[in-house]
Write a protein that binds this ligand. Structure first.
Ligand SMILES: CC(C)(COP(=O)(O)OP(=O)(O)OC[C@H]1O[C@@H](n2cnc3c(N)ncnc32)[C@H](O)[C@@H]1OP(=O)(O)O)[C@@H](O)C(=O)NCCC(=O)NCCS
Length: 187
């Protein structure tokens, strides 16, 4: 079993699980994060088309107790989680029914929906949430993890040893497409 060693001089951020009461703050954070941190990778039109259906709050993760939050002075500055359900990406607005549960013996867990406030990027929040997700995934009996990463997220997951499986485009409204990368790791 591989794990991430602590990085000298960096303390993990304290995290807590998200609650339903956090949804409105998360709905404010996600567009701020996406519009700033994805701008080197996607056009403004791609970002606006993806906000909502692809980048949005997934309450399933909150209900399952698999969504983490980092705060500073009581303000949410980062979020991200993992999933034991089938969906690889997408907010509430893109699904009508709860996704089917995965089998830890047979299926890969998912890492889902990481968003950091642009003022707090590159300070280890994504890394802290990722470490918490991998620990929880292992504790739940899964042995592999799949991620459909944005191009902005790819370096974080590569840092954690995820390998590129496939690059493809997600079709969006108005014939727009969003290039993403499917990544995988045995944990
Ligand atoms: C992806 C994201 C969550 C990373 O969060 P973060 O808190 O800035 O990441 P960390 O500071 O923990 O970075 C950990 C490591 O990942 C890598 N990394 C993260 N962002 C990177 C970037 N923009 N460029 C290069 N490497 C990066 C680095 O190795 C980094 O370590 P270092 O800072 O010591 O070099 C953040 O950029 C984000 O919210 N992006 C917009 C939303 C998004 O696309 N989310 C991904 C969905 S799949």
């Amino acid at each position: 079993m591989s794990s991430i060693s602590p990085i000298p001089g960096t303390e993990p951020w304290p995290l807590r699980l998200a609650h339903e009461a956090d949804v409105s703050a998360l709905e404010a954070l996600i567009p701020l994060s996406v519009r700033a941190l994805q701008s080197p990778y996607y056009s403004q039109a791609q970002i606006e088309a993806a906000l909502g259906p692809i980048f949005g709050v997934d309450r399933q993760l909150i209900r399952d107790g698999t969504y983490f939050i980092a705060e500073q002075d009581g303000v949410i500055i980062g979020c991200g989680g993992w999933s034991k359900r089938r969906a690889l990406y997408g907010g509430d607005s893109s699904r009508e029914h709860e996704d089917e549960l995965l089998d830890p013996q047979r299926d890969a867990a998912r890492v889902r929906a990481f968003f950091v406030h642009p003022d707090w990027a590159r300070r280890g929040i994504g890394r802290s949430i990722m470490a918490a997700c991998e620990q929880a995934i292992r504790d739940s009996g899964f042995r592999t993890v799949d991620i459909v990463a944005t191009l902005a997220g790819e370096p974080l997951y590569a840092f954690f040893g995820y390998a590129v499986v496939e690059r493809y485009d997600i079709a969006m409204a108005s014939d727009m497409r969003l290039p993403v990368v499917k990544m995988n790791k045995r944990i």
